[in-house]
Design a protein around this ligand. Structure first.
Ligand code: ZN
Length: 491
């Protein structure tokens, strides 16, 4: 490979090798930089500043960590990577336990899956939530056997409370993006897509991504803007979105790629919209028919964020405005509704189905026909197997994220991390796709070449970047050299 001024002049192909243009990289492996096509860049950076509960193995250890944090900080105590399924008995920490640490300082523990939290009385109070507050649409305030709020916050209730935590300044945002870029570049990542831009404040975030790029952010960034921040009642509107797009004057470094929507929740909190029921529970959702025939299943379970009709309408609004639409769908029921919505746009092959953790053979056929991009996060299998087995049982868990079947159907599949939900080292994602962990069907393993491809060139393609992840002649020379021992560990 010949490189000049950051561009590839002569690509590393079989022909250049045959021509004798061999360079010794000192025993290292040359690869394109990884592309993390679905993650949360600003939240990753902000989380670097929060209390990390990853190492805690029990309720007591979590409470101890919170107590220590309270002692050395002021104001809100925000923690990440809370996961009750890892702790003895799988019991949630309660509002009362947190109140025993502090009833004046607001404390919020965010579940690793990003769809739930536990808070203390001060946090609920600061958010204006009281015993008489009713559940928001698409969410729930948990209550104990005595009927009192127990601090558990699910889906939109969790979002509602987090939205009332102290506002992040523009300068903090820039620092967080630069910090996330630093961390990701160290993992060999060259470009990443932020899948929820506007979660804090759309204007500030776009400004911060531009500013971070100007200050030399070590990764290229791509932005998928939250639907409601543009098209919702309080959204900035299409005209302003176009202006924001134009304000990003170095589009190779940072630009707006599309619009993001959520169809359902997550498996760990039993809020992914699935056919049938979660282990040990009755189906709590509507019975559905697919294309005029009953599914033969006992109804559905989980939480739809929007009604099927509304999801289709919202998707069409963004698609008709000319944007690629990326929709989070974990459960099989949610994936069908997303495919319905994509079909209604008339350009399903432009859009992105995110996660699609549960897919039947029939659904894979349907994805193949409609041909949207599909993105998987294989590292989830390595981190959250325990939660999946608890909620879905062994058999359904074994079939999650069917990479082999999806690739064999010719579907454009890419891999990414969804950090900060997981640590997000691409090597963990690749290794997990090549060697699925115990309890996951090994028949869905892919080859190392396929996994690297899904984390590089396929990741660029899903974001519309034709020149990244491949090291072709004329393309940015975003390459990395990996030690032979790291590479061998993937085989
Ligand atoms: Zn995500």
């Amino acid at each position: 490979m010949l490189v000049d001024a950051g561009r590839v002049l002569v690509a590393p192909t079989a022909e250049t090798l045959a021509a004798g243009e061999v360079v010794d990289c000192g025993g290292q492996v040359l690869l394109p930089k990884f592309i993390d096509a679905h993650c949360h860049i600003l939240p990753t950076g902000l989380d670097l500043l929060k209390l990390d509960l990853t190492a805690c193995q029990s309720q007591e250890e979590v409470l101890e960590a919170v107590r220590d944090r309270v002692a050395i900080t002021e104001g809100w105590v925000l923690a990440v990577q809370y996961d009750q399924t890892k702790y003895p008995g799988g019991r949630h920490i309660t509002r009362d336990e947190l109140d025993a640490i502090s009833c004046s300082r607001p404390i919020l523990l965010r579940h690793y899956n990003g769809h739930a939290s536990v808070g203390n009385s001060a946090a609920l109070e600061a958010a204006g939530v009281s015993e008489s507050t009713s559940d928001p649409a698409g969410g729930k305030y948990g209550r104990g056997a005595d009927g009192r709020l127990n601090g558990l916050l699910l889906e939109t209730a969790h979002e509602f409370v987090w939205e009332r935590t102290p506002k992040v300044s523009r300068e903090e945002m820039v620092e967080a993006i630069l910090a996330a870029g630093e961390k990701m570049a160290d993992l060999g990542i060259g470009m990443a897509a932020d899948m929820m831009t506007g979660r804090f404040n759309l204007e500030d975030e776009v400004w911060a991504y531009r500013e971070a790029a100007r200050r030399g952010c070590r990764i290229k960034t791509r932005l998928y803007v939250q639907w409601r921040e543009v098209f919702g009642p309080k959204g900035v509107g299409l005209q302003r979105l176009r202006e924001l797009e134009a304000s990003l004057d170095e589009p190779e470094q940072t630009r707006i790629c599309g619009i993001k929507l959520f169809a359902d929740g997550a498996i760990g909190s039993a809020t992914a919209a699935i056919y049938g029921s979660y282990s040990g529970r009755e189906a709590n959702g509507p019975k559905v028919t697919r294309h005029g025939r009953a599914t033969g299943l006992a109804g559905t379970s989980g939480q739809l964020i929007y009604s099927p009709e509304k999801l289709t309408d919202m998707t069409k609004v963004a698609s008709d405005a000319g944007y690629q639409v990326a929709i989070h769908a974990i459960g099989d029921y949610a994936s069908d509704l997303v495919l319905d919505a994509f079909e209604a746009t008339g350009c399903a092959d432009r859009h992105r189905l995110e996660h699609a953790m549960i897919l039947s053979d029939e659904q894979i056929e349907r994805v193949q026909k409609l041909n949207p991009f599909v993105t998987f996060q294989s590292e989830f299998l390595m981190r959250f197997g325990h939660a999946y087995r608890l909620q879905l049982g062994e058999d359904r868990t074994a079939k999650l994220k069917r990479s082999r079947s999806v690739l064999d159907a010719g579907i454009r599949l890419s891999y990414n991390s969804d950090r900060p939900i997981v640590p997000g080292d691409p090597l963990d994602g690749i290794r997990t796709a090549v060697h699925r962990p115990d309890g996951f069907d090994a028949g869905e393993n892919v080859t190392l070449a396929e996994a690297v491809r899904a984390y590089t060139v396929a990741g660029a393609a899903v974001c519309g970047d034709e020149t990244l992840g491949s090291l072709g002649a004329g393309e940015p020379a975003d390459y990395q050299l990996m030690s032979l021992s790291s590479w061998s560990a993937l085989l």
